[in-house]
Design a protein around this ligand. Structure first.
Ligand SMILES: Cc1cc2nc3c(=O)[nH]c(=O)nc-3n(C[C@H](O)[C@H](O)[C@H](O)COP(=O)(O)OP(=O)(O)OC[C@H]3O[C@@H](n4cnc5c(N)ncnc54)[C@H](O)[C@@H]3O)c2cc1C
Length: 569
């Protein structure tokens, strides 16, 4: 058994920022991550991070209040307005903090941080480091974590929480290198495990973005909020769904159909290619569905040729490399075939603005959490911001929480019992002679999510998808391990992971079917209108042991500043 005051699960931007803040308060913090922090998915973020710095000549009137309005409107009025305003207000400070810690942001000639236009934003507000913003931010925060000597355990696959008398007191992790399960006890735990993109087969996300942290909290009785809201990014590469950043359209890229038209003129005449992602993805999908995909096929073009080689090489070099290597197309010379692709989980572990969940001692930050600031549709550039703002706030809140704790000794018996429970689970798995295969079931599940819970949804399709997920959950119980060794047992990891993934998929499917309206990224062809009378509320999904699918409840949205209106772009 290993003890630290605080355990942070996840070494991406949210986890690192939470750890740095707690460390700055003098707290003993350890980060557990299944990969080295530098390989966290945050490093793949390309386009940028929003803050109303008003640096661009076109954004001198920008304010954090305008950033808040764009965010609330972009989220189709489902975001909690107090949380959104907290984020957009903190944004300016956290960007300058990252700048002072050495983050190499791109700059104007006068030295100020450069800002590019992004979707759904009234001003050029997106700060960036060429097209490698996530990588630069991640390296900067890692330096801070190392400088402050946060303890980092890598190749640790966390499987469950340790809960004693309703209080979170640590986690159980599988040590991939040495084998076996270990209890890491703590007085507070931050889950910062990223999104659940890989529950879909057409995702821009890394293979490890499986929603594991969401599943852990959910299984321990903490609700998942607004899970039906899944973002589809308009521009994933046709063959692989690898992302072509919104920054490519921010720099002036066009979307073109088979007739050579810039079709966004029909759907968002003012914002054109920089409409919010839900609208742009629906527009692309409509063009495809109505036969105007390129050659009548299921894709359209992202055309950057008119930007010219100089601008592409200066502002979008990484995007060009990806298009060349993964699609065989050089954007300087030819348009790039793209499709809407699963990209972001708006829902997640229900937390307040300080990252606290309903379980004492349990916090969450980043894409696995739902504060909620993104509502029904996240604006590009607001996720990196969310990780840093709410990572920081979680770390600060934990310092307050620990200061007020009378008894700081986690219960050892509960920790040993949690480890024993995991060892029993794996022993049962190893003894099973089941015929099902974890990899095949994962692929089946991800295809169901892509087909039935995609850009457009309808009741009959979702019901069919839900029935298939329920049948699949049953089959997950019949997986037989092909490898039972103790070290680097990926067969075991993938099986335990899949048990969580299928529950997360069900926590998306059930509220999606229940929500009989269209709002943001949840777009139903059988209920096409937003219904504020019945559905201007958050959904809460509670895990039910022994039952396939969650119990649903709801909670009200914090309004008060921006009156809900029809979204026009
Ligand atoms: C290709 C791409 C480009 C993007 N570009 C932008 C952008 O330009 N601007 C923007 O605002 N947003 C962007 N996003 C979204 C944004 O990058 C993510 O939402 C954000 O980085 C998530 O950060 P995180 O810290 O929550 O999680 P992650 O960075 O995904 O980190 C998760 C961490 O948790 C660990 N972990 C997970 N499960 C376990 C487990 N069971 N046990 C132990 N460790 C575990 C992982 O090892 C990892 O360290 C982009 C997303 C993608 C996919």
């Amino acid at each position: 058994m290993i003890h630290h005051d605080v355990i942070v699960v996840g070494g991406g931007l949210a986890g690192l920022r939470a750890a740095v803040e707690a460390k700055r308060a003098g707290i003993d913090v350890a980060i557990l991550s299944q990969v080295h922090p530098s390989r966290s998915h945050s490093g793949a973020a390309q386009g940028g991070i929003n803050a109303a710095l008003a640096n661009d000549p076109g954004s001198v009137d920008d304010t954090w209040e305008k950033h808040a309005f764009d965010t609330v409107k972009g989220g189709d009025y489902l975001g909690d307005q107090d949380a959104v305003m907290q984020m957009t207000k903190d944004a300016i400070e956290v960007i300058y903090e990252m700048d002072h810690w050495g983050c190499p942001f791109s700059r104007y000639d006068d030295g100020r941080i450069a800002q590019r236009p992004f979707g759904g934003a009234g001003y050029p507000r997106c700060c960036y480091g060429v097209d490698k913003t996530g990588h630069y931010l991640l390296q900067t925060l890692m330096e801070q974590a190392y400088k402050l000597q946060a303890k980092i355990y890598v190749e640790q696959f966390v499987t469950r929480l340790i809960v004693h008398e309703g209080v979170c007191q640590g986690v159980v992790a599988y040590d991939m290198i040495r084998g076996g399960f270990e209890a890491f006890t703590a007085n507070a735990v931050v889950i910062a495990t990223g999104g659940a993109g890989r529950t879909y087969s057409n995702s821009t996300n890394a293979i490890i973005n499986t929603g594991g942290g969401m599943a852990m909290a959910y299984h321990a009785g903490v609700p998942l909020k607004d899970m039906e809201f899944v973002q589809f990014h308009p521009t994933g590469l046709l063959s692989t769904n690898i992302l072509m950043t919104e920054g490519a359209r921010g720099e002036g890229g066009y979307l073109i159909n088979d007739l050579g038209e810039r079709f966004m003129e029909k759907y968002a005449p003012k914002f054109m290619e920089l409409a919010p992602r839900d609208i742009t993805s629906r527009s692309i999908q409509t063009e495809i569905n109505e036969g105007r995909g390129i050659g009548g096929k299921s894709y359209v073009y992202l055309d950057l040729r008119h930007l010219g080689a100089e601008k592409i090489l200066a502002r979008l070099p990484g995007i060009r490399d990806l298009a060349i290597h993964f699609e065989g197309v050089d954007p300087i010379e030819a348009p790039v075939p793209i499709v809407p692709s699963q990209h972001y989980t708006m829902g997640g572990i229900d937390t307040d603005v300080n990252g606290a969940s309903v379980m004492p001692g349990l916090y969450a930050a980043g894409e696995c959490a739902c504060v909620s600031v993104h509502g029904a549709n996240r604006l590009g550039g607001n996720s990196l911001l969310d990780t840093i703002v709410f990572g920081r706030r979680s770390g600060a809140e934990i310092a307050r929480y620990l200061g007020g704790l009378a008894d700081k000794r986690p219960n050892a018996r509960a920790a040993f019992a949690a480890v024993q429970a995991m060892e029993d689970t794996v022993e049962t798995l190893g003894a099973r002679t089941g015929t099902e295969d974890a990899y095949a079931l994962r692929a089946e599940m991800a295809d169901i999510m892509k087909e039935k819970f995609g850009v457009f949804r309808d009741g009959a399709g979702m019901k069919e998808g839900l029935d298939k997920l329920v049948a699949l959950k049953d089959r997950v119980g019949r997986i037989g391990l092909r490898w039972t060794g103790s070290v680097f047992n990926l067969d075991m990891i993938r099986t335990v992971e899949l048990e969580g993934m299928i529950d997360v998929a069900l926590a998306i499917a059930v509220p999606a079917l229940a929500r009989t309206e269209s709002r943001g990224a949840h777009s139903r062809t059988d209920y096409t209108e937003r219904d504020d009378v019945n559905w201007l509320k958050h959904t809460l999904a509670y895990y039910q042991p022994g039952v396939a699918g969650p119990r649903l409840d709801s909670k009200s949205v914090t309004l008060g500043t921006f009156e809900p209106q029809e979204r026009k772009y």
